[in-house]
Design a protein around this ligand. Structure first.
Ligand code: 13P
Ligand code: SF4
Length: 354
């Protein structure tokens, strides 16, 4: 989308004035008008790692969603300030697991006599509270780029895994990468008594999947895959692991946003690709690779932005950078110390995965 030249100039001027005091991170789902100002772009794993790599920056401006900014705050030093340009940029999946619900779930697992055998593995897309719960109970965080290694690690620590909050990433990783069967997985529904499961079901499951999902990736269906294969003969289907299991099972390639980009960079000219992920990224890739003769289409023709990622727009970024340049700290994301200590434990276990 073409950005307002006046706003572009203002963002540039404010960023120049701030110099090394500011470090701007941009997730791959951000708008073009925002991503042009990112000092580094990446998937959730890369951004978590890179946030900690600039200790000299007083301000970390996180162009992404709330849980990413929280994770950056946890992993950076206390005097660095993490700023989210629009506080309403949340994530509907992260909101599907609250601290109270997860504490209740742990009580259910304890009563069923399985808690001591269970290792929690929480997707990065979760609140700092959930990450702290995970750290407290000996578990790790994962992202879509290391979920396999996280699960392998967890099954060395215990016999069962409680996977929060994305049931699809949990199921896809268990079945595709660890060779489990669908019957090894049960779904814990926080809106039902005892999660809707009997104690026997809880005891028999290898994977206890939280009933959460991404509303953006949930739109892709098996029909989307079949239709695009018919429409574009010879197409390679490449999807994000937040997609439903039948979509992932029917795809040719599966991986994080960074993996999607790397795969397309390595693809030969003349190849055709249908991408199942957020639309800002797919559009950017289609434009970028059109000149190289790689045809890139959206997996489903229904428009599919992540509405919360899209909340970070150029006007919000300009306001943020100008405020910081004037010495006014706005929209700081700060995790309290106790939560931070346990959440950090879980995040550091992820960063230490082989
Ligand atoms: P990755 O960028 O880690 O693949 O995950 C994206 C995502 O869904 C963020 O919400
Ligand atoms: Fe959350 Fe899905 Fe948006 Fe990612 S794409 S931020 S998981 S709602």
């Amino acid at each position: 989308s073409p950005s307002d030249p006046d706003l572009v100039a203002r963002a540039r001027a404010a960023k120049e004035k701030l110099g090394d005091k500011v470090f701007v991170l941009g997730h791959h789902y951000q708008r073009d008008e925002v991503i042009q100002f990112a000092d580094v772009t990446g998937d959730s794993f890369k951004l978590a790692r890179d946030a900690a790599a600039r200790p000299e920056a007083e301000y970390i401006v996180f162009c992404g969603v709330h849980f990413m900014a929280e994770s950056a705050d946890i992993l950076t030093s206390d005097d660095q300030k993490v700023v989210l340009p629009d506080l309403a940029a949340g994530c509907s999946m992260a909101d599907m697991a609250t601290a109270e619900q997860v504490a209740e779930c742990w009580d259910v697992l304890t009563e069923a006599g399985v808690a001591e055998r269970v290792v929690p593995v929480s997707y990065m897309n979760s609140s700092a509270d959930i990450k702290a719960f995970t750290g407290k109970h000996g578990g790790t965080i994962c992202t879509s780029s290391n979920a396999r290694r996280a699960l392998e690690w967890a099954f060395q620590q215990g016999e069962q895994v409680l996977f929060l909050p994305d049931q699809h990433l949990g199921r896809n990783t268990a079945v595709r990468d660890l060779g489990m069967s669908l019957e090894d997985c049960v779904v814990y529904n926080p809106h039902k008594p005892n999660g809707g499961l009997t104690a026997d079901e809880l005891r028999a499951a290898k994977m206890i999947l939280w009933r959460g999902h991404c509303s953006v990736h949930g739109r892709f269906s098996l029909d989307s895959v079949n239709d695009v294969r018919e429409r574009v003969p010879g197409v390679n289907v490449l999807v994000h692991p937040e997609c439903r299991h039948e979509v992932v099972a029917a795809a040719d390639y599966v991986g994080s946003t960074e993996y999607i980009i790397k795969t397309l960079e390595a693809a030969p000219a003349g190849s055709k690709w249908a991408i199942g992920t957020e639309l800002n990224l797919v559009r950017r890739l289609a434009n970028r690779f059109a000149g190289e003769g790689k045809e890139i289409v959206f997996l489903d023709r229904t428009v599919c932005f992540c509405s919360t990622m899209n909340r970070i727009d150029l006007p919000h970024l300009v306001w943020t950078l100008e405020s910081l340049a004037e010495g006014t700290l706005v929209n700081r994301i700060e995790v309290d110390r106790e939560t931070e200590a346990f959440a950090k434990l879980a995040l550091e276990r992820m960063l230490a995965l082989p």
